[in-house]
Design a protein around this ligand. Structure first.
Ligand SMILES: [Zn+2]
Ligand SMILES: [Zn+2]
Length: 449
């Protein structure tokens, strides 16, 4: 059944049974449909004009201008980075509609340093110079352009449907998600104190594993927490021909890399996903020199704070234990540094997730709402749940793949290019329509009269 015939059918059923909720849903569908041409045009414009993290000047200006036109009270250039000289392009749009709860909806705005390889007519050809003078392509390879388009569509729906809800809607355009720092910049600048106190915070993220037209939801952890760990393994250097006079940090670091594999395989609950990857190993300058130090860089992914503590403690215990076993004295013990810009796991509040899922089923139809899988990627959306008043948060997945191509790929046992791939190509329709209907439906549920 086409969308249009389905609507016609629903209208005829109102006359028969007078079911107001069906009328309301059909009304939302029609309103979204009316905006689609404009939203897809905006999407293609954003896609062709991506901006790197912390550089979201034009994207944020576009969002701010659109929200102002719709009657939102907009604050732009909101946020404060730690590094001086960096401008935060965060925007906050507030729409007050009587007493009631405050729902925040967040979009991210930044793109990635990737040369686009989709061949789409609206592909990005943007190149920028990095600080070191090298040139890099810029691409919306994570679909934050989809998120911004859905955000604008949701802004329009909620402005048009003010008679169907009450409370306060706060729409936030967050910069610098990919480099992590945008959420912190907005929270440090007083997002939850200068603007209405949040009762709920919502977001969505597109994905290639779900067909366009469908969404996925999950209660509990939906994205892993990420830590970067640097380890300097210190030994005593010397001549390569006289190992007896040295403590070889390369051998030590090698033992540590191998032993770290047992953290996941032997220490962690197999039911709980964990990743410990050594992504970088650097030591030495020449064949016949035993160096003083070896350096390891790790990424660690965990699903909750307790698991994180356990993994980080195991890494320290194993690293220090191997060094001690090799006879490295305490003053030359390994130096283990956990980067401060870690991102905690994104944990969907179960009660809110179930309520949102109900709203998604109502607005999209049960058959279009699927159980979503957690991913080991990370998001600074997690941070909104940790800032006072620690509001419940919920992020859901938005299918973005061409359904026929996805089906064909699955039959071959292959995967379509997904976020962070130079070939990631979300289909604008029905991805954006589904996103707007889903997010608007979720907000209408949380702010219903
Ligand atoms: Zn990303
Ligand atoms: Zn993303």
């Amino acid at each position: 059944m086409s969308r249009f015939t389905k609507m016609a059918f629903l209208f005829s059923s109102i006359i028969v049974c007078g079911a107001i909720p069906i009328f309301a849903q059909s009304d939302l569908d029609q309103r979204v449909a009316r905006e689609m041409d404009a939203l897809v045009a905006t999407y293609k414009h954003l896609h062709a004009n991506p901006e790197l993290s912390t550089q979201e000047k034009e994207s944020s200006a576009l969002l701010a201008a659109e929200l102002r036109k719709l009657g939102y009270d907009v604050t732009d250039h909101f946020g404060r980075y730690d590094s001086p000289g960096l401008v935060s392009y965060g925007i906050v749009g507030v729409l007050r509609n009587g007493p009631g709860a405050a729902v925040y909806v967040r979009t991210d705005m930044d793109a990635l340093p990737i040369v686009e390889n989709t061949g789409l007519p609206y592909a990005s050809h943007v190149r920028v110079k990095r600080a070191d003078g090298s040139e890099v392509g810029v691409m919306h390879a994570c679909g934050h352009d989809v998120h911004m388009s859905v955000f604008l569509g949701t802004a329009r729906m909620l402005a048009q449907l003010k008679d169907r809800w009450r409370g306060t809607l706060v729409l936030i355009g967050q910069p610098a998600e990919e480099t992590v720092g945008g959420a912190t910049a907005m929270l440090h600048a007083g997002l939850f104190t200068r603007f209405p106190r949040p009762d709920y915070v919502l977001a969505l993220h597109d994905g290639a594993d779900l067909p366009a037209g469908k969404v996925g939801w999950h209660e509990g952890t939906i994205l892993a927490g990420a830590d970067s760990v640097d380890i300097s393994v210190r030994g005593y250097g010397g001549h390569g021909a006289a190992p007896q006079n040295a403590k070889d940090p390369i051998v030590l670091a090698s033992e540590i890399v191998v032993a770290l594999q047992t953290v996941v395989s032997r220490e962690m609950d197999p039911q709980l996903p964990t990743v410990v990857t050594v992504g970088s190993f650097h030591a030495g300058t020449k064949h016949n020199i035993i160096p003083d130090e070896a350096h390891l860089q790790l990424t660690v992914r965990t699903m909750n704070p307790q698991q994180r503590e356990k993994v980080l403690a195991a890494i320290a215990r194993i690293t220090n234990g191997i060094a001690a076993a090799a006879g490295i004295p305490a003053e030359r013990a390994p130096v283990i540094e956990i980067a401060k810009d870690n991102v905690p796991a994104t944990i969907n509040n179960p009660e809110l997730a179930r309520r949102v899922a109900g709203a998604l089923e109502h607005s999209l139809g049960k058959e279009n709402v699927l159980p979503g899988q957690p991913a080991m990627a990370s998001e600074d959306f997690s941070l909104y749940a940790l800032e006072d008043p620690k509001p419940p948060i919920c992020m859901f997945w938005l299918g973005a793949s061409d359904p026929a191509k996805l089906k064909e790929a699955k039959e071959r046992g292959a995967r379509l290019p997904g976020p962070h791939s130079s070939e990631f190509a979300p289909v604008p329709e029905p991805t954006i329509r589904t996103g707007v209907t889903a997010m608007s439906g979720a907000v209408l549920e949380l702010l219903k009269k």
